[in-house]
Ligand binder design. Structure first.
Ligand SMILES: Nc1ncnc2c1ncn2[C@@H]1O[C@H](COP(=O)(O)OP(=O)(O)OP(=O)(O)O)[C@@H](O)[C@H]1O
Ligand SMILES: [Mg+2]
Length: 279
């Protein structure tokens, strides 16, 4: 089992979109058993999969010891893709009674997930180096760092690098790679951004890049992963490449289990939906 935290210090670097669509491609195309954990009180991963965050328990009661993990797992429309939703109770959960008195509260998630039976657990984190992000990193074998080709995004990487380095002194988490989203192949400053990232995370920039594509926002408005609504979009192409690179990076049996069949019964991504992305 690989547990992957998706993180960045800056907001809007596509952490949630990457968690959702990477998880969905691993489940749908590669037939992996995948658990997504929405570990951000904003609950965008939860709504992006069509669930109402107010209607379900999140990881909060599991961390507090009043529920078991299996009691908060939801099945999604995609086979093999499960979700632990988020809710606002996750915000500042570390100061609630059950956790505040536990010096090792940030190691609780690790203990909970160790007993789960999945090929991949992917944890979507908030855009800050808070208790939730620290707990997720401690529980993880790998960290996937999200960045955008913007000055403030690459600057935040340095802080994140120090944060991961501190955690990795005591826990076995390692950087799987740095993933650039909103990538423009002809961007004038691409080399400058890549050089700064290379300095902070040498040899960790992933070959896969996620290009800007309206289908990403369209899919989350419809509460589905891209692979359920589109056959041919460039974002789907990019997420498929990413999934293959992640599988190689995690050294799993890609060639034994990979099935490159295109998704069946997909509606074309469309038409009536307007992209409401704030970007
Ligand atoms: N490749 C893409 N092309 C176009 N829009 C995208 C792409 N990736 C993400 N988006 C849109 O950009 C916005 C921010 O993405 P997302 O929510 O995944 O970022 P985030 O890092 O999780 O943000 P936060 O830090 O607030 O949690 C969303 O509206 C999403 O639909
Ligand atoms: Mg997010």
């Amino acid at each position: 089992m690989q547990i992957i935290t998706v993180a960045s210090f800056k907001g809007g670097t596509a952490k949630t979109s990457v968690s959702l669509n990477l998880g969905a491609v691993l489940a749908k195309v590669h037939k992996k058993r995948v658990l997504l954990i929405d570990f951000d009180a904003q609950s965008n991963l939860t709504t992006g999969l069509g669930f109402d965050p107010d209607a379900f328990d999140s990881m909060a009661p599991v961390l507090q010891g009043t529920k078991q993990l299996h009691e908060v797992i939801l099945e999604t429309e995609t086979k093999n893709l499960h979700l632990v939703p988020a809710d606002t109770w996750l915000e500042r959960i570390e100061v609630t009674e059950q956790l505040a008195q536990d010096r090792y509260s940030h190691e609780r998630l690790k203990g909970i997930l160790n007993r789960a039976e999945y090929d991949f657990i992917i944890i979507d984190t908030p855009p800050s180096l808070c208790w939730l992000t620290e707990s997720a990193m401690i529980a993880s074998s790998k960290c996937l760092i999200c960045a955008t080709p913007e000055f403030y995004s690459v600057k935040g990487l340095y802080r994140l690098g120090i944060f991961i380095h501190q955690i990795a002194k005591r826990h076995p988490v390692e950087v799987l790679g740095v993933l650039l989203s909103f990538w423009n192949e002809r961007g004038k400053s691409n080399d400058a951004f890549l050089n700064v990232i290379e300095e902070t995370f040498p040899k960790k920039i992933l070959k896969s890049k996620i290009r800007r594509d309206k289908v990403v926002a369209d899919a989350s408005i419809r509460g589905k992963p891209i692979c359920e609504i589109s056959r041919t979009s460039r974002a789907l192409e990019d997420f498929k490449k990413l999934a293959r690179e992640v599988l190689r990076g995690c050294k799993t049996d890609l060639h034994l289990k990979e099935e490159e069949s295109e998704p069946e019964e997909v509606e074309e991504s469309n038409q009536e939906l307007e992209c409401t992305s704030s970007l």
